[in-house]
Design a protein around this ligand. Sequence first.
Ligand code: GLY
Length: 352
Amino acid sequence: MKTAQPITFTADAANALSVVLQNTDYDKLFVLTDETTHELCLGRLEECKAVELAGKITISPTDVNKNIESLSQVWQSLGEGGASRRSLLVNLGGGMVTDLGGFAASTFKRGVKFVNVPTTLLAMVDASVGGKTGINFNGLKNEIGVFNNAVEVIIDTHFLSTLDRDNLVSGYAEMIKHGLISNTQDWAELLNFDLNDVCLDRLSELLRKNIAVKERIVAEDPMEKGLRKALNVGHTAGHAFESFAMSEGRPVLHGFAVAWGIICELYLSVVKIGFPKDKMRQTVTFIREHFGNFAFTCDDYETLYRLMTHDKKNTEGYINFTLLGDIGDIRLNQSASKEEIFEMLDFFREQF
Ligand code: GLY
């Protein structure tokens, strides 16, 4: 996989895409949306003539549809629309669309090119950048997928004005994660941002800096052999919460699960490697205020523990966490015992 993935920041996604199309060798163009981005975002991109004329594929929205059925629908539509190996797929949507679309493109006829045009904060800051593609399978998040870069990622924050509050807040969780693994100044700026009265210009400034944190890490370790695991802060516990919520028929947005996972993993960071308690407290307070609670009882601990054992990052039977000795002091491959994990879940429940 190429290590550098070009990212264009623009106030005019249609124009930026026209430029990309002029510089890309392709025969047919296809645009993948979900029902929501079809309605709210496609019009803005159709100012690019080629998009207006492109084959359109629309799938059902939300992470519960990031599954083999939607994937099969995309493959089928590409096939029926006459896509060849030289075709190009534009993924216009949130992380569900960019992940699934990226995987559909990477596997159709052994791989066609794709461009990501993320429309949610979560997709802009995380999912659309860095080459991870995939779907959920067998009740597990992102269980099937490949690493493959988009030929371009086009970031136009005008799309954020279509977002509801929960989706905006959800994306912000990944920004907090990037702040935690970056430096104290970035982290403090993020906690000082007013999420109750969002200024899109200020958010765009924070976003650029924030995406650069991920870009630096992915450039160094695109295939997640080492440093890229830093991006998993909050995700071992977070993915367990997310899969658990899905299995209970009360799905939660990914970023909410990550924010709750950050509470858990900062607790482990404090007790195992001395992360400063005051910084944990400030982060927990911010998360509690904006993300609320995730309710579960001690009867659910075994299930959550079992879900953590399925995490792709585990090796040799240990549950693997990325913890922090301080802001920016990343400690990879930290394991925790079952007892410590149960204490972590106790701590989480005591916060609410
Ligand atoms: N979302 C974490 C990563 O891209 O590695």
